[in-house]
Design a protein around this ligand. Structure first.
Ligand SMILES: [Zn+2]
Length: 136
């Protein structure tokens, strides 16, 4: 189900709670909402659809990927970028890393470790910031 985009700054500033298997329908809605906005959006976190759980969905070089409870455990090569967000107007400057290592749970709730680089790494950093209650 495509859900409305949450824009309340107080809700978006809350740190997300850990996700469990009971949140699988939330991830499905998140993916459907992301796809509905695909012309101008490459990633979303669950709090952007009003559910304060640690789930993100994003475009991984043409394939959609969902992560439960993602955490960045290693970073390399900082740089400055400008980003926009469906929950905000305009673009803002931010510091990102060209390479990140992420620990997350997949759709079967198995723990996985994966390194991402470039634009995908940038999207994941933006969405994990949402999980921390951080807006660009
Ligand atoms: Zn955003």
């Amino acid at each position: 189900m495509v859900r409305p985009i949450m824009k309340d700054p107080l809700f978006l500033a809350r740190k997300a709670e850990p996700a469990t298997a009971a949140d699988i329908p939330v991830a499905q809605d998140l993916l459907e909402t992301l796809i509905a906005h695909k012309d101008h959006c490459v990633g979303m976190a669950a709090n952007m659809i009003g559910v304060n759980r640690r789930i993100i969905a994003f475009d991984n070089e043409g394939t959609y990927m969902v992560m439960y409870n993602p955490e960045i455990i290693k970073t390399a090569q900082p740089y400055y970028a400008e980003e926009g967000c469906l929950s905000l107007d305009g673009v803002r400057p931010t510091r990102r890393y060209k390479s990140i290592k992420v620990r997350y749970q997949n759709e079967a709730f198995q723990v996985r470790l994966k390194t991402f680089t470039g634009f995908t790494a940038q999207i994941i950093q933006h969405e994990i910031d949402h999980c921390e209650g951080i807006l660009i």
